[in-house]
Write a protein that binds this ligand. Structure first.
Ligand SMILES: [Zn+2]
Ligand SMILES: [Zn+2]
Length: 199
């Protein structure tokens, strides 16, 4: 979100026109036609400038840059992240970081390519068999690539579980702590048990 550069965050812009004089209703003269209105001096206009809604931010005062510039890609991101576990949507507001998280394949395949290259190089230096080195390298590339993908998703699931367990443990600790202060017997028992376990 950025402050609108047209209205500077106000939400409306002056139209360059002024409202009619409240005293004479825009006529410019008072009760008698030969006398100029004392409020507006005969102009018929008040000092209140007419304002209209900002055409750029529609009165909001701020502009969502992602929505206007990156409309189609942000839509695509939100649809793909809602299809997956949903963890990616909350973790980052940056759209490029989001794309990286949704597609780690590129990094994984480069890592496995380096592994395959490395192994191929070792085999070639050991056996001097170029064909075997290339075949072994490609096999390692593919297998380690698939294995790293599996590992990635396993670690992702473990990470999600750890996150949930951590939150539960944190709230349990808070509950025991508060219960201990308030003198609740159950919480005091749990707290003393934990103290026994911890050396
Ligand atoms: Zn504006
Ligand atoms: Zn007037």
């Amino acid at each position: 979100m950025a402050v609108c550069d047209i209205c500077f965050g106000v939400g409306n812009i002056p139209k360059g026109e002024y409202e009619n004089c409240y005293s004479c209703g825009g006529r410019g003269y008072g009760s008698s036609t030969d006398q100029a209105c004392s409020s507006c001096g005969g102009s018929g206009k008040s000092t209140t400038e007419i304002k209209e809604q900002c055409w750029k931010c529609y009165g909001a005062g701020t502009i969502d840059e992602n929505a206007s510039v990156n409309h189609t890609s942000s839509k695509k991101n939100s649809s793909t992240s809602s299809n997956s576990s949903g963890s990616t949507s909350s973790s980052s507001s940056n759209s490029t970081a989001k794309e990286k998280q949704n597609a780690p394949s590129e990094a994984i395949w480069s890592i496995s390519f380096v592994l395959g290259l490395f192994l191929g190089f070792i085999i070639y230096s050991e056996k001097s068999d170029f064909g075997q080195a290339i075949i072994s390298g490609i096999i390692v590339w593919v297998i380690s690539g698939v294995a790293l993908h599996i590992l990635y998703y396993v670690l992702k699931v473990i990470f999600e579980i750890v996150k949930v367990v951590f939150v539960i443990a944190m709230w349990t600790a808070i509950a025991i702590f508060i219960g201990n202060i308030l003198g609740i017997e159950l919480a005091q028992n749990i707290a003393s048990n934990i103290m026994d376990i911890i050396p």
